[in-house]
Design a protein around this ligand. Structure first.
Ligand SMILES: Cc1ncc(C[n+]2csc(CCOP(=O)(O)OP(=O)(O)O)c2C)c(N)n1
Length: 658
């Protein structure tokens, strides 16, 4: 192996060596512990250390790195204490996830390392978000993110590279091409010669680097990152390397031809570099022995401490408390002055006032900048706040939600507009797996609001009419808001933006231009978890939200003699259970009206909750009324039949007679 060391001093060369030696020795120890049954699983990075170490040493401490499961060398080079790492792997309290997630699935702001989620791809978009924050704050910083060659087949890879290049974000995309993705060889993973060639398609500079040559990695990445700091842009690197052990230890390497193993064994990054340093007189065997015994002693001490630390004692309260980032709701009251606003205007003004209040809040979405969004909610925003903060995005829901996550890591709030709530399915993974779980996993806020123009009644067919709140209400870690009136929409949107947790904010399209109300002119907030009692009566409790509230109102207007409590839930997570239970205990009858089709919707949970907690008070079975169990049809008469409005009237009258 050739090493071009003219520009690197001897201290740095030794540093590079020691930094590779440490993860190697830790791994060797882990393999022993694995055989002894003392640890459960191990993903080996043996043979790939030069990439982790070389890149990390080329980065500045304040710059973020997003590593994968084979990047132990990144953690050790950033000097994460071994005791904490071992506690993390052992699921101990002094680890990074309180026993809630395993191996390298954690992040730490202290060391500016943002670990992966199992799904591999999402962190590529998260890196875009962190880099966007650097760019917006004019910090000359690079963000480095890692993926295996297998992970490059995921859509997240394409989306993240595309966004980074359209927005010219300073992201160093590092592909570790180690020959296999689990058992899949590269020939079954992609159909081009080099993955670096993909850079051309993104208009992105790219390089191929020998991932087993520590000097080449360090030298080239140092040059590239320095140039990226001066001239912010994304760069794609393909590191050629090889996975010397199984995908994880238990799965072995039977499918790897022996000659490949032998070939790469010769290219071992640590052994080769050691020989070179010895040849050059920079290192002696004695020095090496000293380094090794020092590192081994450090490993043994840290392991002893980690093994002796008490096991975590489960406590339900702690587990539940950590699902959400703490949020102290601040009630901002408004002055007397009001203006009559349509639902859509209330959202637009609310968003605008929040942009004024939070001066670095960023909004992102398709066509939201000069065009003002398909519903015109952000019309005029570019003039008011500029294109940095009002960002048109390519069509890439996953990536943009991941960007929101990255901004949050860098302490910037964001609001992401789904053009239609239906399209959130293309960004589903980062919402339910990244944003929803990140606080519980490692105490990181996901300060992102996803605006969801939803709902039927506008003859828009199966892909522009869904009300898909149930996809999210069942996922711990998310908050779900669903206003029915302009006043609520404006105040709740302000709260959603103040709240540092991920919030799905549903806006029913059929209400946008049909519902008007006097709305306070200035900024105000409304609390989550507080339903509105819109009508009071002794006979029955009607529970609904969104457009359902308006259907219920119109039926009550048609039957003025019905004495009903009408509860508008306003937020579904958190849910105002007290308002529901108090009302049902008074009336003894409950009917729940939901626009979504019945099975698995929130009405089913409300019904179960009422049965469990109000059984002795009930005079009739709890009734759920919802849409048909079909996709949403297009033409008016089919849609009307699908929706529950007319069935609601019949069921309500039936239940009253019970
Ligand atoms: C979305 C998703 N699909 C499948 C898996 C299972 N899986 C975990 S790692 C892996 C192989 C990854 O290969 P590569 O990206 O090349 O990284 P390497 O393990 O080789 O370092 C697979 C298939 C996963 N974690 N996530």
């Amino acid at each position: 192996m050739q090493y071009q060391t003219d520009q690197i001093d001897q201290t740095t060369l030794l540093h590079l060596y020691k930094n590779m030696l440490k993860p190697r020795l830790i791994e060797e120890k882990m393999l022993v512990l694995l055989r002894q049954g003392k640890i459960s699983k191990w993903f080996s990075g043996i043979g790939q250390e030069a990439i982790s170490v070389g890149v990390t040493m080329a980065m500045k401490d304040e710059e973020y790195i997003l590593p994968m499961h084979r990047n132990l060398g990144i953690f050790t080079t950033r000097n994460v204490p071994l005791f904490r790492l071992f506690c993390q792997w052992q699921g101990k309290m002094s680890g990074f996830t309180k026993g809630r997630d395993r191996s390298f699935h954690f992040g730490t702001q202290e060391y500016k390392l943002i670990g992966m989620i199992s799904h591999l791809g999402p962190q590529l978009g998260v890196a875009d978000g962190i880099a966007l924050a650097s760019k917006l704050k004019n910090r000359q910083e690079v963000t480095a993110v890692f993926t295996g060659e297998g992970g490059t087949s995921e859509g997240d890879f394409h989306e993240a590279l595309n966004v980074a290049s359209v927005w010219q974000l300073p992201v160093l995309f590092c592909i570790e091409n180690n020959g296999y993705g689990l058992s899949t060889p590269t020939s079954e993973q992609y159909f081009c010669e080099n993955l670096a060639d993909r850079g051309v398609g993104y208009g992105m500079e790219s390089h191929i680097i020998d991932g087993n040559n520590i000097v080449e990695v360090y030298q080239k990445i140092s040059e590239i990152t320095e140039s990226m700091r001066q001239n912010p842009r994304p760069v794609l690197i393909e590191f050629k390397t090889f996975r010397m052990r199984g995908h994880e230890e238990a799965s072995g390497t039977k499918y790897v031809p022996q000659d490949l193993m032998d070939f790469w064994e010769q290219k071992d990054p640590l052994n080769n570099f050691k020989s070179f340093l010895i040849e050059q007189g920079i290192l002696t065997e004695t020095d090496d022995d000293v380094f090794r015994s020092k590192i081994k002693a450090e490993i043994d001490t840290a392991l002893d401490m980690a093994f002796t630390e008490d096991a975590i004692v489960p406590d339900m309260e702690t587990e539940l408390r950590d699902v959400y980032h703490p949020f102290e709701y601040e009630h901002v009251t408004h002055k007397e002055k009001t203006e009559e606003l349509r639902f859509i205007d209330a959202i637009s003004t609310g968003l605008k006032q929040s942009m004024e209040k939070h001066t670095d809040l960023v909004v992102m979405g398709q066509d939201i900048a000069d065009y003002g969004g398909v519903f015109k909610i952000t019309e005029g925003f570019v003039e008011a706040f500029g294109k940095d903060r009002v960002r048109n995005t390519p069509i890439c829901e996953s990536s943009i939600i991941e960007v929101g996550m990255g901004l949050s890591i860098a302490n910037i709030k964001s609001v992401v507009e789904m053009q239609f709530a239906d399209f959130v399915s293309s960004g589903f993974n980062p919402i339910v797996n990244y944003l929803a779980k990140v606080h519980y996993r490692w105490n990181q806020k996901a300060d992102v609001v996803v605006r969801m123009p939803c709902g039927a009644g506008v003859a828009a067919g199966p892909f522009h009419s869904q009300t898909n709140e149930a996809w999210f209400t069942k996922t711990p870690g998310l908050k779900v808001v669903y206003p029915a009136f302009p006043y609520d929409a404006k105040g709740l949107l302000a709260t959603a933006i103040n709240d540092p947790n991920p919030v799905l904010f549903f806006e029913h399209k059929a209400l946008y231009r049909t519902v008007r109300q006097d709305v306070p002119t200035d900024y105000y907030t409304l609390p989550f978890g507080k339903a509105a009692l819109l009508n009071e009566g002794q006979e029955i409790t009607i529970i609904s939200y969104g457009a359902g509230v308006h259907w219920a109102i119109s039926i009550l207007e048609k039957h003025p003699n019905i004495q009903a409590d009408l509860i508008d839930l306003r937020t579904l997570q958190p849910l105002d259970t007290e308002a529901i239970l108090t009302s049902v205990k008074k009336t003894g009858k409950a009917i729940i009206l939901q626009e979504d089709s019945l099975f698995g919707g929130i009405a089913s949970d409300l019904s179960a909750m009422i049965m469990e907690q109000c059984f002795e008070y009930l005079d009739a079975p709890v009734k759920r009324v919802a849409s048909m169990e079909t996709p949403i049809p297009f033409i008016g008469q089919l849609e009307e039949q699908y929706l529950p409005k007319s069935r609601f009237e019949i069921e309500l009258l039936e239940l009253l007679k019970y």
